[in-house]
Design a protein around this ligand. Structure first.
Ligand code: NGQ
Ligand code: ZN
Length: 461
């Protein structure tokens, strides 16, 4: 790619809103220079409102296949755990090509919603019968290929899944595609390390699935393995305290510790850690988690869909905790809807309004966007989240001609996108300066959708 210049009528810069902004982007897709009040005639001019694109930090790509197919009442009371059985049955169906087709479609949808990085928490590792593929990282490599085809940046988080419950319990039959011991897992990590080196749109981390699926000893061994690859600050994502049953089981097994408390007491937490969900915490855990630097990876629309509970976002943000958002099960692929649901969860619980705005006169949408950009970039270990020199040119452009945004500008446009118009407001998206969504169309969406259609027809017959 050559150096290029993009010019926007309005843009959200680190210093705040600015008009007539020209961004100079270098050959590697990094922002070199930002000029407000620019009259540059050589820049490509785009209509609309430019904002830093959002990282989508928590994805299980395979679950896109079943979005909307678990909304029929079962014979008994439905719960997270009955949903999980349905999800496992879908997880047993996908072959490598299917996963690649489903993931590519999902990543196109993410881009069209204004997200330019996916954090892929990938735990399908083996063949449907549970035996490894010749290439142990086969399915994670398929997600990397899908990301490349879609043109989205990825932080690959291969999942360490060794046990079926707290204290090293035996996994169930339905989990056979997920399970690895240390040796096998480190082989996967090493393949993905090779596949990621030298790619500016690929990062690597790990995802111990949950405290149910690993032991402290095993997790420490694997972190040491990551360090040996020279990835000492690489992200570590873990599901934690999503359901009250998990909290109860953890207390019973550990003789008193709740899941988040267990993490805080047993690991050297820092900003490289990201706790997915962390729904059920005491006030003390909330304050301690915020102070630890561990990011809260929230997936509000999935958490609502699965009936998880309400994350204490008000208290966590008051304690200066870092947050990020992900679409997780992909029941909704929309950063606007996830941020909206996060705010609404607090309003419904407390019967209040503008619960998470940073102070009087501050926009709720802007507060949430700023927080999720900073925490999101951190949790993905990618240099994004601001339109400023030294950051990658990952840019989302809102259509100021869309009816939801007429007469809006600055923070009121953000609020109207997040609380009203949603994905329909997103018009153009750039990843490392590449124009991948152009006037609402992804540059390869027909070809990718065709493969997705065929895969869905095969798999949902
Ligand atoms: C997952 N998903 O691994 O896909 C989990 C469910 C589990 C969410 N937590 C399975 N949303 O936690 O055991
Ligand atoms: Zn998850």
């Amino acid at each position: 790619m050559k150096q290029r210049k993009l010019k926007f009528a309005s843009a959200l810069l680190s210093s705040g809103w600015a008009e007539d902004v020209t961004l100079t982007i270098d050959a590697h897709g990094m922002i070199e220079k930002v000029e407000a009040g620019s009259s540059d005639k050589t820049a490509k001019t785009l209509k609309g409102i430019a904002i830093p694109a959002m990282p989508n930090i928590h994805s299980h790509a395979h679950q896109r296949l079943m979005a909307g197919l678990a909304e029929v009442a079962g014979p008994g009371a439905d719960s997270f755990w009955t949903w999980r059985e349905v999800m496992y049955s879908f997880a047993l169906k996908l072959g490598p090509e299917d996963l690649e087709a489903v993931a590519a479609q999902l990543y196109v949808e993410m881009l069209k919603s204004g997200s330019t990085i996916v954090g892929e928490f990938q735990y399908l590792h083996h063949q449907p019968d549970g035996s490894p593929y010749d290439e142990p990282a086969e399915l994670s490599l398929r997600c990397l290929a899908a990301a490349e085809e879609a043109g989205i940046a990825i932080t690959m988080l291969p999942t360490l899944y060794a046990y079926g419950g707290f204290g090293g319990q035996k996994p169930t039959e339905g989990q056979r595609r997920f399970i690895n011991d240390e040796t096998r897992y480190l082989k996967i990590l090493s393949s993905l390390d090779k596949a990621s080196k030298g790619h500016n749109l690929r990062q690597l981390g790990i995802s111990p699935h949950s405290l149910r699926a690993v032991t402290r000893e095993l997790l420490n061994e694997v972190i040491a393995g990551l360090d040996r690859l020279g990835r000492k600050t690489a992200p570590i994502h873990i599901h934690v305290a999503e359901q009250t049953k998990e909290v109860d089981d953890c207390i019973a097994w550990s003789k008193g510790a709740r899941p988040v408390q267990y993490l805080i007491d047993n690991f050297a937490l820092s900003q490289r850690w990201c706790a997915i969900h962390a729904t059920h915490m005491t006030a003390d855990e909330t304050a301690r988690m915020a102070a630890s630097g561990m990011i809260a990876g929230l997936c509000p629309t999935t958490e609502a869909n699965l009936g998880d509970g309400t994350f204490p976002a008000d208290l966590f943000l008051k304690n200066k905790g870092a947050i990020a958002i992900g679409s997780d099960s992909h029941i909704s692929v929309s950063p606007a809807e996830d941020l909206r649901q996060l705010e609404y969860s607090q309003r419904l619980r407390d019967r209040t309004r503008n619960a998470l705005a940073s102070g009087p006169g501050k926009s709720t949408g802007r507060t949430l966007l700023d927080a999720a950009l900073t925490g999101g970039a951190q949790s993905m270990a990618q240099k994004v989240g601001a339109l400023a020199p030294g950051y990658r040119a990952d840019i989302a452009v809102l259509d100021d001609g869309h009816p939801a945004l007429i007469g809006r500008s600055g923070d009121s446009a953000l609020d109207s996108w997040i609380f009203s118009g949603g994905n329909a407001c997103m018009r153009d998206v750039f990843v490392a300066g590449e124009h991948v969504v152009q006037e609402r169309r992804h540059i390869r969406e027909e070809a990718i959708e065709k493969k997705f259609r065929a895969a869905v027809k095969r798999l949902t017959k």
